[in-house]
Ligand binder design. Sequence first.
Ligand code: PMV
Length: 320
Amino acid sequence: MKAKVRAYTNIALIKYWGKKDEDLILPYNNSLSLSLKEFYTETEVEFRDDLEKDIFILDGHEDIKTLAKVSNFIDYFRNLKGIETRAYVSSVNHVPTAAGLASSASAFAALGGACNEALQLKLNDQELSTYIRLGSGSASRSVFGGLVEWHKGTSHETSFAEKIDDADFDIAMIAIIVNEKEKKVSSRSGMKNTVETSPYYPQWVNEAAEDLIDMKAAIKDQDVDRIGEIAEANALKMHATMMTSNPSIVYFEPKTLIAMNLVKEMRNEGITAYFTMDAGPNVKVICKSSQCDIIKERLLEEFKEEDLIISEPGYGLEVL
Ligand code: PMV
């Protein structure tokens, strides 16, 4: 009744923003992400008869604040097994420096994967992604490596993630750490507010569907410029819906704009570089693996060495 699993985080190229069903975490649109090798979580779960409550250790310290969320999530797996046994959970986020990118994606994917193994539920990856989705939507995509699509679906079973490409071509990402503090507005409340109040939200749903079709064609062609172009435009459309919600949500900080401008400048010089941002100020640069060093060199004009992390595509869940 014990297992340890590693999960890599992922960054969406076609964003998930907005739930149709808040309880089942069914999104309004399909999303598509790239897994990252440099950012991952390792989680060990042990179901123990001697425990009266779950215990959650994060990076070596007991985390009482997140315990309820963790317990509720483990309940899905306990229910599948038909047990009530409590668990001892120890989780370590592996991110170079305090990157502020320790996303919920790798965390819930590693925890769900470890529960599946420890309880020998034998859920296949697709089924597992549906349960992991209940912890955090984007986490469903971290079950797989490379380029992954999350199908929005219409029910618990039909809303799952699927690998669409190994991403073993000349593609990489550079994370620019603008601010490592926790985000001001959680994605959960941010997307709810956007769905309810942004006049642009219905258009976002249409745009995301079209962007997804174009993105899949670009991936098939391994056309990194086209992939970056679509991803950058998609991220800006998502942020436009946030900014036009009430109350408005602006995740950008001055350094976010500096990074965006620098990326555009490089592009005008013929370098393949495009930006994407999530529910926070940090910028991720979509680029060619073969051009990472020259891009990093340019970014060093504005950012510190420790705030720039180059990552190759990552892998799916790994049982350790
Ligand atoms: O999975 P959540 O609830 O953390 O939401 C993720 C939302 C974005 O990161 C902004 C977009 C995405 O698809 O990952």
